[in-house]
Structures are given as structure tokens and as C-alpha cells.
Design a protein. Structure first.
Length: 131
């Protein structure tokens, strides 16, 4: 999907929270118009009230752990997206031991900010989740 295609997508019609857990989805790039714009901000500007994106390249294994914490806080604990994001970051910081990833087989220290600080909420952070 290109930035130009986002305004015509139907995803924005009913989506209350869009999670873009890929690399650099909220990292602004120079657009043909000369504006610096990110995928996350483009969705937000086109009607999606809350978008979570990333500021830099993220690891698959770290993102998997982060998203487990995030979705648990969002759905099981019924936290708002901003609270769930904060809770996931706090849970990652608690992982002080080195862990072997089931995704890539490497050892990781997930408490390091490179694994959790890239995630950012764009849009309406105060509104509770609609689920």
C-alpha cells in the first residue's frame, strides 16, 4: 500500500485502533509533495482515531513479546490503548534476563529500549477502546 492509497481504503471507516507493528511505520519520510509524513500519521489524518506505529527498525522477537504484553493489557485488563502501550513498555523493562528467542534463536535482553521504545501512539489517546 502506498501513502496515496490510504485515503481511499475502507479500513478507516470502522477502525478504532490500527496497530502497525512493522519497521518504521511512524518514521516520517519525504513525500512527493515535500511534506514529511509517515504511514501512521496518514491513517490518522484520514479518519483512524488511534494508530500505533514504530519509529525505527524493530526486531521480530522483541515485537512478538511486546505485542503479547500490549494485547493482554488491552483485551484482558481492558486498558485504553495508551495505557496498554505504557503497560507493555513497563513489562518489557522488567525482562532483565537474557532470553533465547523462539523466533530467531538469538539471545536478547528485552529490557533494552531498542525493543520497546520505538512504539508510539498517534491520535486520540484519551478515548477508551470500543471493545
Amino acid at each position: 500500500m502506498t501513502l496515496e492509497a490510504i485515503p481511499s481504503t475502507e479500513i478507516r471507516m470502522s477502525t478504532q485502533l490500527l496497530v502497525l507493528s512493522a519497521c518504521q511505520t511512524d518514521n516520517s519520510a519525504s513525500h512527493a509533495t515535500g511534506e514529511n509524513i509517515s504511514i501512521a500519521h496518514t491513517f490518522a489524518q484520514n479518519g483512524v482515531p488511534r494508530v500505533i506505529g514504530t519509529l525505527w527498525d524493530i526486531s521480530d522477537s522483541g515485537t512478538m513479546r511486546f505485542m503479547e504484553f500490549f494485547y493482554d493489557a488491552l483485551f484482558e485488563e481492558k486498558k485504553t490503548p495508551s495505557q496498554a502501550l505504557q503497560k507493555a513498555q513497563q513489562e518489557m523493562i522488567k525482562l532483565t534476563n537474557i532470553e533465547r528467542s523462539s523466533v530467531d534463536g538469538h539471545n536478547h535482553r528485552y529490557a533494552h529500549p531498542v525493543y520497546w521504545a520505538a512504539f508510539k501512539l498517534v491520535g486520540d489517546w484519551q478515548w477508551p477502546p470500543p471493545f
